[in-house]
Design a protein around this ligand. Structure first.
Ligand SMILES: *Cc1c(COP(=O)(O)O)cnc(C)c1O
Length: 387
């Protein structure tokens, strides 16, 4: 389609606005990548007025005293200045609060989502492959496609464990530039066997990203792995710890990887408000760690409560959510999602994400009160569906 064609598109029967729209769409479809054109934007449901237990957010806000203190800190931030290109002070605070090994270098991202994108970007040679177990975190696949790489998903085994042999076979066949392993995994919530992970990392010919987004709830970490396996980097975020709104992710590993990443990282990707807020929070990390401990305890209570619901099976979780299989397969999950929503609670229907998740919903651990309301809504919905 040339601009001549667009210019000569008949306009007589249209309003000026409709004509402009028609010309915009023509130019867009002639110009934008076909795969992007065919995509849908990442759906984020309107949560207004709902108890929001669908996105693994920490349900607790800062207490009033900390909020007042933070307000004072933010008031002094120089909004008229660009951020520094590298936030060394923030990185130093992360090293202490989040136990990053001294020998590792660190990069910061506007959420770990951005780092997933940038890690792929530095490896995105034509024809390169990224590989991850499925079901897994959806952004691995999306970012792989946006970087014009090929995504290979390897089904998990029994009980959502890693299928070590299938992973090794897929690695041998596809020679992936990047392998993603989430520890614990989203949306299944489980921690994989460390020996399986190490065997897979050992076999990988390129970069291995261990995604520890849920580390605050896991009671386990593979933070030391990059010291023994230089192909491994560890990805983390402050989002699930209670700071999803500020968007701060980080990755650490051998400086050889971080040096490359720093070349493609947008120079001002961490804004001054994020920097100041993150530093403030990391200096008071015990506050957030205490909340994480509460959520771990409440996860156990939630697990027991949903296990008692008729026909429901929760899966073991090392994260701040519980994967729950409800009766009735995909239709059952859709009906449960709707019924719980009608009772004012938003959960996530993950049933359509992968065949092995048919009939599954994902419940974020909220406050004890929110969890009680969610369980009551589940119970009432299941009762209603039975009759
Ligand atoms: C939530 C999540 C992330 C992304 O977190 P950000 O908010 O972008 O830092 C990364 N990986 C997994 C597995 C997640 O569930």
């Amino acid at each position: 389609m040339s601009t001549d064609d667009i210019a000569s598109t008949p306009t007589t029967s249209r309003t000026p606005a409709a004509d402009l729209a028609a010309r915009a769409h023509l130019t867009v479809s002639a110009t934008v990548r076909a795969d992007v054109h065919a995509m849908h934007a990442y759906p984020v449901p309107d949560a207004h007025g709902f108890i929001k237990l669908d996105a693994m957010e920490n349900p607790y806000q800062l207490d009033d005293r900390l909020r007042d203190e933070l307000a004072g800190v933010l008031a002094d931030v120089a909004l008229n200045r660009y951020p520094v290109p590298r936030h060394e002070g923030l990185i130093a605070a992360l090293r202490v609060a989040q136990q990053i090994p001294d020998a590792c270098a660190v990069s910061l991202g506007n959420g770990s989502d951005e780092l997933i994108h940038l890690l792929l970007q530095i490896c995105a040679k034509p024809g390169a492959v990224a590989l991850a177990p499925l079901p897994g975190f959806v952004m691995y696949g999306i970012s792989t496609q946006l970087n014009q790489m090929r995504f290979v998903g390897v089904p998990l085994g029994e009980g959502f464990s890693l299928d070590r042999q299938a992973m090794l076979d897929a690695i041998a066949e596809h020679q992936p530039a990047v392998v993603f392993l989430a520890y614990p995994n989203n949306p299944t919530g489980n921690l994989w066997d460390v020996e399986d992970i190490e065997a897979i990392a050992q076999a990988a010919p390129g970069l291995v990203v261990i995604d520890e987004a849920y580390q605050p709830f896991a009671g386990a970490t593979l933070a030391e792995l990059p010291l023994r396996m230089p192909q491994v980097v560890v990805l983390r975020t402050l989002s699930k710890l209670g700071l999803a709104g500020i968007r701060l992710g980080y990755v650490f590993g051998h400086p050889a990887w971080i040096d490359q990443l720093e070349k493609v990282r947008p120079p001002y990707n961490i804004n001054v408000l994020t920097q100041a807020t993150a530093l403030f929070a990391l200096q008071r990390i015990e506050h957030f760690n205490a909340q994480a401990a509460c959520l771990r305890r409440d996860r156990q209570a939630l697990m027991i409560a949903v296990a008692a619901l008729p026909g429901c099976t929760p899966y073991p979780s090392a994260a701040n959510f519980v994967l729950l299989r409800v009766p009735g397969g995909a239709e059952g999950a859709a009906a449960v999602f709707q019924g719980v929503k009608a009772r004012g609670v938003l959960i996530k229907n993950v049933s359509g994400m992968h065949p092995s998740l048919a009939g599954c919903v994902r419940l974020t651990v909220g406050t004890p009160e929110q969890n009680d309301i969610m369980v009551a809504a589940l119970a009432a919905t299941l009762q209603e569906l039975k009759s």
